[in-house]
Ligand binder design. Structure first.
Ligand code: ADP
Length: 468
């Protein structure tokens, strides 16, 4: 989370509030040092708030000597104090020291606002040849020849040149302020734009979360609705089937051929409806993670032949050849036999349904492995071992699934051809149930397909232990 109280108005006005915000002490000191090295004049830079940003000078023998005298020390401290506090109101002030030296105090400004001051000195104006009496008589104990010697060694410069040098240094400092301020503005604007982007992102995130929550609620509502409706439909439907069976068996008297034919259709459609309702109920349970598995070691050969014999009438109707291939060394599957049958029946039914007349469908089982990894993350994927598995494949040479639809075929109610004129029956629930059942068994399901060439569903299920 980025916190920044700068507002856009501040940025546009380009307010420079404090010298120290836009100039680093290091850069001011290094400029002042070069100035001192070149011209031998002491330099101090003080911000508008009174902070000393640079102080470059060398101890002067004159000042050291005066500080050994009590009146001298007092007078020195007094001068330094006054110079420090002097505010040059837009104009340079030349402040005299009792020693005959001077301090040149110039204002530093930026965009017409005072931002600090520059003090050059003490130096002795070249015009001043002899020490003034304010120096020689400052203290009774003063030794005049000594003081005169020290006075002669003070930095000496002509006033017009001192003015020029000080103006030059002022120009350099103001230029530094200018570029420092630009850099500050650029970074402030960058922060503001990052903050703005972050805010937009947070808003979008919030909106996404709200719609996700709403969708989840709707999904929950849909599941509850489906579960209730299917449950309520199943009871009367079982009665309809029961009574139709009784009629068929002649319990209410003999039937004419026409009546028997109609009854057969009623039975067929009612069975179909019951299948659909059972699928819906199944899906509801699976989505609610209510899947209860009664796992045991299941023989793949028996499983495939059971499924094969169940779908053979369907294959015959469609004139499709059904083959079963079980590799000799295929281990047993660890799973719930009823659910395993359901998985294969759904896949085989689809394979037949989407086969061309005269095509072929193969149900196969072979030994294999379930690769490690999955939702737990890369770390687990690297360290976990693969598990022995049984690989079941359901292969057809039918209409195939276009590449762009492959990613969605395991979604509930999804059908590649969902138009009202579609050629194949079904509600788009089979694969969704299959996927959930395979997941429930800790297995994996994959599909490869090519339009008009056929489809292969590969289901990998855990193998039972040898002693199971
Ligand atoms: P449906 O009841 O429609 O068969 P499924 O969930 O079983 O529902 O399958 C979803 C969709 O996936 C099907 O409508 C079909 O478009 C496609 N599909 C599934 N199996 C095959 C297959 N073997 N060949 C071609 N398309 C298939």
């Amino acid at each position: 989370m980025i916190h920044d109280d700068t507002n856009a108005a501040d940025i546009l006005m380009g307010d420079v509030v404090r010298l120290e915000d836009v100039l680093s002490r290091d850069s001011v000191t290094s400029v002042s040092k070069s100035f001192f090295a070149l011209f031998g004049l002491p330099v101090r830079v003080i911000s508008h708030e009174g902070d000393l940003l640079a102080d470059v000078h060398r101890d002067r023998p004159l000042c050291n000597y005066l500080n050994t005298l009590s009146n001298g020390e007092r007078a020195c401290a007094n001068t330094v104090g006054v110079v420090r506090d002097l505010e040059p109101d837009g104009q340079t002030i030349v402040h005299p020291c009792f020693t005959g030296a001077v301090y040149r105090i110039s204002p530093l400004a930026y965009q017409g606002r005072p931002i600090g001051r520059l003090i050059v000195g003490p130096y002795v104006p070249a015009e001043t040849q002899v020490p003034p009496t304010s120096l020689t008589s400052i203290d009774e104990a003063i030794d005049v020849p000594t003081v005169r010697g020290h006075f002669d060694r003070m930095p000496r410069v002509r006033e017009d040149i001192a003015e020029e040098l000080s103006a030059h240094l002022r120009g350099v400092l103001e230029l530094l302020v200018f570029s420092g301020h630009r850099a500050q503005l650029a970074s402030t604007m960058q922060v503001a734009s990052v903050r703005e982007n972050y805010r937009e992102l947070a808003e979008k995130n919030e909106a996404l979360k709200t719609s996700y929550d709403e969708l989840k609620q709707l999904d929950q509502l849909k599941s509850t609705f489906l579960a209730t409706v299917s449950h309520e439909l199943r009871t009367p439907l079982t009665s309809i089937i029961g009574y139709a069976e009784m009629l068929e068996s002649g319990a209410a008297g003999a039937l004419s051929d026409g009546q028997a034919e109609f009854l057969k259709t009623i039975r067929g459609k009612a069975d179909q409806l019951l299948g659909l309702i059972s699928s819906l109920l199944d899906l509801g349970h699976l989505e609610a993670k209510n899947l209860e598995l009664h796992s045991e070691a299941v023989d793949p050969r028996a499983l495939l032949s059971d499924v094969g014999s169940t779908v053979v009438p369907h294959a015959n109707r469609r004139n499709v050849v059904l083959d079963i291939e079980v590799a000799d060394d295929t281990p047993k599957i660890w799973g719930d036999p009823v659910r395993l049958r359901q998985i294969l029946l759904n896949l085989a039914d689809n394979a037949l349904k989407f086969s061309h007349e005269g095509g072929a469908v193969v149900l196969a089982a072979a030994p294999g492995e379930i690769e490690a990894g999955g939702p737990a993350g890369l770390g687990d994927a690297l360290f976990a071992a693969s598990r022995p598995a049984v690989v079941l494949t359901v292969r057809d040479a039918g209409i195939g699934i276009p590449e762009e639809n492959l990613a969605r075929i395991f979604d509930a109610f999804y059908q590649v051809d969902s138009g009202t004129t579609r050629a194949h029956g079904g509600a788009g629930l089979g694969l969704s149930i299959v996927k959930q059942l395979v997941d429930g068994h800790d297995g994996k399901i994959e599909v490869t397909s090519a339009r008009d060439e056929g489809t292969i569903f590969t289901v990998k299920l855990p193998a039972a232990n040898d002693d199971a």
